[in-house]
Design a protein around this ligand. Structure first.
Ligand SMILES: Cc1ncc(COP(=O)(O)O)c(C=O)c1O
Length: 392
């Protein structure tokens, strides 16, 4: 059967995140594996969705996205982040950031071209790169401090076409700082390399720690595709709406790929999200503060159980340091942890190239150093997870 599949698909694992959700359901563990936001979707946005459905806005929208949403998005990006994109020419509304990532990488990368991916990796970049038959090169980040080596990046970028960056990052919680992005801009300019940034968690940062969109730094805008999502910001992960913005020559290819992937994102939800983009600044600051409270609660509880954790600046993921446990196969270990301790997280090797299925058939290396826990869950759920970890 494998011979009939594209090797890029034959060597894809089922997403471990979704697998751990199933494990949590089966064994009754608190699910801190999947990062869905346990946060109320604003009433005004829900009302707008109901109205859109009632008004019969159920057909395809323009392929590039509902013009009202694109123009609201361009205004929002300008007002919040100082990003200047033209709604007509430089934006596309996609089925989530997931589709934007696929459409972007498949439209930019030809077989054999190289893409540089910081590791730990958010799980979607690798399947997209493999489907494009691109050569994947890694830039190692320290999962807990986010430190990286500019010389190693310089080397990795030699002859590469694309660097993909995720800020704030899943799973590390790293928020790339302005000085780091300036170093990056210089390296990308020197290597004439494109940048694809995934800013799905732009609004989920530690209070006082502001996200810096890479396209606002130096001359990066001209070589950058900015990808974002409505999923987490407005707690609508199931609506499947995200976006990509880029200068016209890059956008043309992304729009073409998007057209043939999905035609358009769901019409009534695009209409409703115009309302979301009218929410006041306090919505975003309240949300960020709420996630930080959950992060502090989880960190404090874990500290009482003796676990060492990271201290993320953004996203809603916390890494548990399990490097001292000598774990040989962290996937098996994380399933046992969910069953025995009653809390499901995601094994760190799911975010490392060495832990993923290999096309040469060799066994993946799943020696475990960290477990990813999500604090997107409610405070009650986090408190229950801590209670179980304490064995109470
Ligand atoms: C870094 C990152 N990018 C993209 C996505 C997918 O977002 P969307 O729901 O918009 O497809 C996720 C979801 O977990 C994510 O963590």
């Amino acid at each position: 059967m494998e011979r009939t599949l594209n090797p890029a698909v034959a060597h894809m694992d089922e997403s471990l995140i979704r697998e751990m959700t199933r494990v949590a359901e089966e064994c009754g563990a608190v699910n801190l594996a999947q990062g869905f936001p346990d946060y109320p979707t604003p009433e005004a946005v829900l009302d707008a969705a109901r109205a859109a459905l009632r008004e019969g806005r159920n057909g395809y929208t323009r392929t590039w996205g509902d013009p009202a949403l694109r123009s609201a998005l361009a205004r929002h990006l300008r007002e919040f982040w100082g990003l200047a994109y033209d709604a007509e020419e430089e934006c596309v509304i996609t089925c989530g950031a997931s589709e934007a990532i696929m459409a972007t990488l498949l439209s930019l990368l030809a077989p054999g071209e190289a893409i540089v991916v910081p590791e730990p990796i958010y799980e979607n970049y690798l399947p997209a790169s493999r489907l494009a038959r691109a050569e994947v090169r890694l830039l190692e980040l320290d999962p807990f401090t986010g430190r990286w080596d500019p010389t190693a990046l310089d080397e990795a970028l030699t002859g590469a076409k694309v660097l993909v960056l995720n800020t704030p990052a899943n799973p590390t919680g790293k928020v790339w700082r302005l000085e780091e992005l300036e170093t990056l801009a210089e390296l990308l300019r020197r290597h004439d390399c494109l940048l694809v940034t995934d800013e799905t968690y732009a609004f989920i940062t530690r209070p006082g720690q502001r996200h810096v969109p890479p396209a606002t730094v130096g001359d990066l805008r001209g070589r950058t595709v900015t990808i974002g999502s409505f999923s987490k910001t407005y707690a609508v992960t199931g609506w499947r709406v995200g976006f990509a913005c880029a200068p016209r020559p890059l956008m043309e290819g992304i729009r073409r790929a998007h057209d043939f992937f999905t035609i358009c994102a769901p019409a009534p939800f695009q209409a409703a999200l115009v309302e979301a983009l009218k929410l006041p600044e306090s919505y975003y600051t309240d949300m960020a503060a709420s996630y930080r409270r959950r992060c502090d609660l989880l960190r404090a509880g874990l500290a009482e159980t003796g676990f060492i954790t990271g201290d993320p600046d953004g996203s809603y993921f916390l890494l548990l340091d399990v490097s001292s446990l000598g774990i040989e196969d962290d996937r098996t270990w994380s399933v046992a942890f969910a069953k025995e301790r009653g809390v499901a997280g995601v094994a760190g090797s799911a975010f490392l190239l060495r832990g993923m299925p290999r096309e040469d058939g060799r066994a993946p290396d799943r020696r475990g150093t960290f477990l990813r826990l999500s604090f997107g869950s409610s405070e009650a759920r986090i408190a229950e997870a801590i209670r179980r970890l304490k064995g109470a």
